[in-house]
Design a binder for this molecule. Structure first.
Ligand code: TGC
Ligand code: FAD
Length: 393
């Protein structure tokens, strides 16, 4: 089994920058990924099926909302702990990391940060344990990169809101117990609210035929005159900055996560290159293979340093949205390039499910699009350094 001999990359002794606690957490998640994800994930992807039972195990091991205080069922850990968890999960599969990103950053984070005390106590412990699964509805069929133009609406009906509209490309849609949904109110202000499975008029059909993130549930959230109790609205946030603050947390996690996928590809390619001979030499002895591998380890190292520094800033509450955008953009692109180069090193073997590379590569095509596309993050950096925004004409 190729994954079981995995050797993590640490070319610049970045482990010295981690605490013992970070390393203990990482080792626990790494063991779980080797034990519970690696043996089943290839077949799950081939069958286009998310192994839903993993969610309960992830909850039991504290992978959901690790930065949420213990009072609400979280682990009260720092941001670097969250990062190392995401790296290990994405080494397993981006789909497994996606489930954790959504649950932790896009559902638990807003309930903790913007929710009432009643909402926190009602939902967070169940979400932390994995007994309750969440989804996050921002994107709409006609509003992806530009979520501020959303048309999903809530209408104040006195004792409740009436929710109408549709969200698309939603991770965990058909398996969610609750969805954090963003909609415009009667004054055109974006509000966040919690919609529960079973509310009349709420359906969540799954999207099929994906070539990417096949071991992850993606689908729609459709609201047809859904009566949402007034106590389900977030009292403490209004405007587009609400969902964007959630994205800051998720994008941060992805900046760490993508390193896991990259390290798995690099490790697989390095081992294969040493073992595979052509022209009476291991292919690792050819300069062109060495160029590929040397560039990979260089890019992984740069990404690790970026993620670690961002984690320090995030722990100090000093990480800016544009720093997070830069790290998400760089690290996901780095992982995708490494997956492509690793696939080349394996030749024909690289296209098979006997190795994890093609699966990572296909997954990363989604990761480079969701949570803000590669180009949107470039424009966020452009805006930050020049002062001119180039999103609108
Ligand atoms: P703009 O006018 O720039 O901003 C509106 C208000 O928001 C504030 N803001 C932020 N606040 C916190 N964090 C950020 N990152 C923020 N970015 C902007 C801003 O200061 C302003 O506040 P205020 O008080 O003045 O109103 O908004 P815009 O309409 O021009 O759009 C900006 C843009 C393009 C950067 C943004 O909309 C964007 O990031 N678009 C990409 C959309 C996106 O990332 N969607 C992700 C959907 S969720 C998902 O993909 C989950 S995948 C899950 C998985 O499986 O892992
Ligand atoms: P568009 O916005 O239509 O963009 C298409 C192309 O145009 C892109 O290349 C983009 O960079 C470019 N473009 C757009 N605007 C500009 C501009 N101003 N300047 C230059 N180029 C521009 N969303 C959720 O809300 N919740 C989820 O859980 C979720 N999970 C997802 C899971 C998967 C597997 C996928 C694939 C997506 C998911 N998304 C989710 C949606 C994701 O966030 C959007 O796909 C993403 O934001 C891009 O939107 P879009 O696909 O509509 O592309």
């Amino acid at each position: 089994m190729p994954g079981s001999v995995y050797t993590p990359t640490d070319y610049f002794q970045i482990d010295d920058l981690l605490t013992d606690d970070h390393k203990i957490i990482r080792s626990a998640i790494r063991d779980w990924v080797d034990r519970s994800v690696k043996p089943v994930i290839e077949q799950a992807c081939q069958e286009h099926k998310f192994p839903v039972y993993l969610l309960q195990e992830m909850g039991e091991l504290g992978m959901f909302g690790p930065f949420i205080p213990e009072k609400y069922g979280g682990a009260g850990l720092d941001q670097i702990s969250y990062g190392v968890i995401m790296t290990e999960l994405e080494r397993g599969d981006s789909g497994v990391r996606s489930a954790a990103s959504v649950q932790s950053s896009l559902v638990m984070y807003p309930i903790f940060s913007f929710g009432s005390e009643d909402q926190r106590m009602k939902y967070l412990p169940g979400l932390a344990s994995g007994k309750m699964i969440g989804a996050f509805g921002l994107t709409e069929p006609n509003h992806g990169s530009d979520p501020g133009s959303m048309i999903t609406r809530i209408k104040d009906m006195g004792d409740h809101y009436l929710l109408n509209g549709a969200k698309m490309w939603i991770t965990n849609s058909s398996i969610c117990d609750i969805a954090v949904v963003w909609a415009k109110d009667d004054e055109d202000i974006i509000r966040g609210l919690i919609v529960e499975r079973g509310m009349e008029g709420f359906t969540a059909p799954e999207t099929h035929n994906k070539w990417s993130l096949r071991a992850s549930v993606t689908g729609e959230l459709v609201f047809d005159n859904v009566k949402v109790p007034k106590e389900n609205i977030f009292p403490a946030i209004q405007g587009l900055k609400g969902p964007l603050m959630c994205l800051n947390s998720a994008r941060y996690g992805i900046a760490w996560g993508a390193i896991g996928a990259a390290m798995d590809c690099y490790d697989t390619a390095l081992r294969y290159a040493k073992e595979r001979s052509q022209f009476n030499k291991p292919i690792a002895a050819f300069q062109l293979t060495q160029k590929k591998l040397a560039e990979m380890v260089t890019e992984i190292t740069k990404a690790q340093l970026l993620a670690w520094r961002l984690g320090v800033l995030k722990n100090e509450d000093r990480a800016t949205p544009s720093q997070i955008s830069m790290a998400k953009r760089n690290n996901v692109n780095m992982a995708l390039e490494i997956a492509r180069e690793s696939r080349q090193i394996l030749g024909a073997m690289g296209i098979t499910g006997d190795f994890p590379i093609m699966r990572h590569m296909m997954n990363l095509e989604s990761v480079i699009t969701y949570e803000g596309t590669h180009d949107i993050h470039l424009l966020i950096t452009g805006h930050d350094i020049t002062g001119f925004e180039a999103f609108h004409q």
